[in-house]
Design a protein. Sequence first.
Length: 208
Amino acid sequence: MSARIERLVTSGTFSLDGGTWDVDNNVWIVGDDSEVIVIDPAHDAAAVAKAVDGRAVKMILLTHGHDDHVRAARETARLLDAPIRLHPDDRMLWDAVHEEAPDGQIADGDVFEVAGVELEAVHTPGHSPGSVSFVAPALGAVFTGDTLFQGGPGATGRSYSDFPTIVESIRTRLLTLPDETVVHTGHGDTTRIGDEAPHLQEWIDRGH
């Protein structure tokens, strides 16, 4: 059975800088009928465990440390008996939610293998200092968390975020991927690199 990508949408809240908002998050499950990697198990650990449906979970990978993406991670890890990895530059966001550290770190260039395919970690700061995207060439996919959405960059109006940095990350680390690469986002619909690349200058001119 070849590897595939499954999406689960969960609902909850995102809180930062004294505000709280309702959000729907994409949880990505990558693998086959035997083993998977889970990316950003947001809000509902039981729903994620149900979607995994007894398959072995090699790793829980976090694209960044905002609380909507990490709050349910520890409970999910317990249910799935899987280690959690996060880029160390987002530890301050993780530590605001959890007392116990993640089980491991993510570094630029790390490669995670599941079901015969590889996911390469690409450091894409801007939305947060430790934001990471995961590129899966064999699946024609990239998992961008909240760095790149359909229609442009992720939000940069809150603490620890920076618009010029996110634009540079997208320009140098993501838009260099093949045009047909499917962008699996942290919220909302998927897009393609080729659909977003022509709008880079518009984002820069907009400045936010």
